[in-house]
Write a protein that binds this ligand. Sequence first.
Ligand SMILES: [Cu+2]
Length: 209
Amino acid sequence: MRWPELLAQLVSAIAKDPTMNPTKSRASLLAAGLLSITAWATPAFAGHVNPVLHAELDGREEVPAGATNRAIAGDPDARAEAYVFGIDGDPRTLCYLIVNVKKLGEVEMAPGAGRAAHIHEAARGANGPVVANLAWPQNGQAADCLTEGETDPSGLKFPTGEAGIVQRILNNPSNFYINVHNSEYPAGAIRGQLGETEHQHGAASGRAR
Ligand SMILES: [Cu+2]
């Protein structure tokens, strides 16, 4: 996705997503994130180090609990994209978007009854524990910023309570994956390993866009 589309989708998600709590501080964080992305995506700022991570979520990436079972564990047709990024000067906050959700069942429904989204810790091909509770992408989008120690009615947004989990995710993205669950696929409908964006590779080689 091109940056202008991503920014438009982020703004749209902020405006529409009923799972977001548009508090003043959260809006400020998202604005800071937008500025980070905008500054980073501008050729004059190529090389800006604030990481922007991407995941392609696909039902075929979900793996069953039994390591020897090679069957597809997720929804084979469903797809989505996710972006994760940090905030300059706020190392304990992580922002994300889940966008371009396609063919995911129950997407019009409210969260709960198995409908949820997470960051888990495990390498590709393995399952691991939830390290961040994300918003269910109701109506196809979710966006928020989470700070270590922050809670909602269901508990800590980073449930392990680990100090430094945000930087660990940003610095070791391939050890983490995003997945989305629904009641049909309670163990995970779509999944994608976090990695650097193609845009970052472009910036590193001097092709900032
Ligand atoms: Cu999950």
